[in-house]
Structures are given as structure tokens and as C-alpha cells.
Design a protein around this ligand. Structure first.
Ligand SMILES: CC(C)(COP(=O)(O)OP(=O)(O)OC[C@H]1O[C@@H](n2cnc3c(N)ncnc32)[C@H](O)[C@@H]1OP(=O)(O)O)[C@@H](O)C(=O)NCCC(=O)NCCS
Length: 174
């Protein structure tokens, strides 16, 4: 496999949108709406033969810890073109992203997703790490986190999503 992982460029936008529509089906429009509204953050694409075949986006959120607010990151969305799934592209994108975020001092990355998938990528249930989900509509096992080296033991508390997640009704089961 000769897939190149690189930062998203402005010229990738149309392809990235098409990718999410193909991967998310009926939810594609909602995902694209969220994507366009997210604050700037790490955005990586997987490119193969000049074509975008995968994409992951990280964006800022806050951890409402007892001591103080802590800037953290969320992973959403992640998608791989249906015909290119199960080739390790999703996993490579997530791993590359976590590596970069760890290097830039991010303490925790959160996501909502299937533990069967993200458990392989070192995400564990947030509740077991002292974190509280941002909404009761997020099933407890779906609320996952990975601790990065900058995490300190006092960094527990509630994940607070920025307004864009609520505006797009992108929180929990819909
Ligand atoms: C989820 C997704 C990004 C995974 O990308 P990918 O490149 O296929 O993933 P990888 O190749 O790294 O891993 C594939 C493995 O994960 C498994 N897997 C994929 N999605 C899974 C899920 N929801 N639950 C459990 N396992 C899953 C596959 O069965 C495969 O395992 P196998 O090869 O042992 O059978 C891709 O399937 C996708 O775009 N799905 C639609 C959009 C989506 O649901 N995004 C995630 C939202 S949180």
C-alpha cells in the first residue's frame, strides 16, 4: 500500500466532503456541516495516487477539571472511502494524528465511537479515567479517551464541546 498521510490542503475540500458523504451515507450532510463549522485544528488526509481516500479531523474542546479548564482535543470525524476500508488507513490516520497532538503537548483526546474499533487504537472508556461525557445521549461505552504524555492526574472532569457540536446536533445518538 502506497498511501501518503499529509496535512489537508484547501484544495482537498471538495474531495474531503465527497469522502464523508460516501462513508457516512445518510449522515453525510450533517458530518460535512459539522466539519465546516469546526474551529481550526489538525486535519490529515490519506492520499493514494493523487486521490483522497481517508480523512481525520481533530478540533479543540475543554475539559472542565476541578482545578481549572484544560484545553483538550476531540477526534471527529474520521472516514475512509468505502472501497478502501479495512486496509489500515483509518488506523494510520488516527495514529499519525495522536502522535502529532502528543508532540504538541495536548493532554487528552476524546471521541464518541465504537469501542470495538477505537479500543485497538488505545482509546479506553472515558468514565474509567475520571471523565464525564458531555451529554447523557452519548452511550457511556462510546465516550472514549486517550491520555497523552502531557496529561496530569488532576486533569479529570467533564468534557465540554464547543457550540458547533450542539448547533449541528452532532452529540450522542441521534
Ligand atoms: C470506521 C472507519 C473510519 C475505519 O476505517 P478503516 O480504514 O476501514 O479501518 P482500519 O482498516 O484501520 O481497521 C479496519 C478494522 O476495523 C474494523 N472496524 C471498522 N469499523 C468498525 C466498527 N465500527 N466496529 C468494530 N470494528 C470496526 C474492521 O472490521 C477491520 O477489522 P478486520 O480487518 O480485522 O476485519 C471506516 O470504516 C469508515 O469510514 N466508516 C464510515 C464512517 C464512520 O463510521 N466513521 C467513524 C465514526 S466514529
Amino acid at each position: 500500500m502506497t498511501v501518503l498521510l499529509r496535512p489537508e490542503r484547501p484544495s482537498d475540500r471538495v474531495e474531503v466532503h465527497a469522502l464523508h458523504r460516501a462513508a457516512f451515507g445518510d449522515h453525510g450532510d450533517a458530518v460535512v456541516g459539522l466539519l465546516d463549522g469546526l474551529s481550526p485544528g489538525l486535519s490529515l488526509v490519506a492520499e493514494d495516487d493523487g486521490r483522497v481516500v481517508g480523512h481525520v479531523r481533530f478540533s479543540p474542546a475543554l475539559l472542565d477539571a476541578p482545578r481549572q479548564l484544560v484545553p483538550v482535543q476531540t477526534l471527529s470525524p474520521l472516514a475512509v472511502l468505502p472501497e478502501r476500508q479495512r486496509q489500515g488507513i483509518g488506523a494510520s490516520l488516527v495514529r499519525a494524528g495522536l502522535e502529532q497532538l502528543a508532540a504538541s503537548g495536548v493532554p487528552v483526546v476524546f471521541l464518541e465511537g465504537d469501542p470495538a474499533y477505537y479500543g485497538r487504537l488505545e482509546f479506553v472508556a472515558g468514565a474509567g479515567l475520571g471523565f464525564r461525557r458531555p451529554s447523557l445521549r452519548v452511550p457511556e461505552p462510546a465516550f472514549q479517551a486517550v491520555l497523552l504524555p502531557a496529561h496530569e492526574p488532576w486533569m479529570t472532569g467533564t468534557l465540554v464541546y464547543p457550540d458547533v457540536f450542539w448547533r449541528h446536533d452532532a452529540v450522542g445518538l441521534r
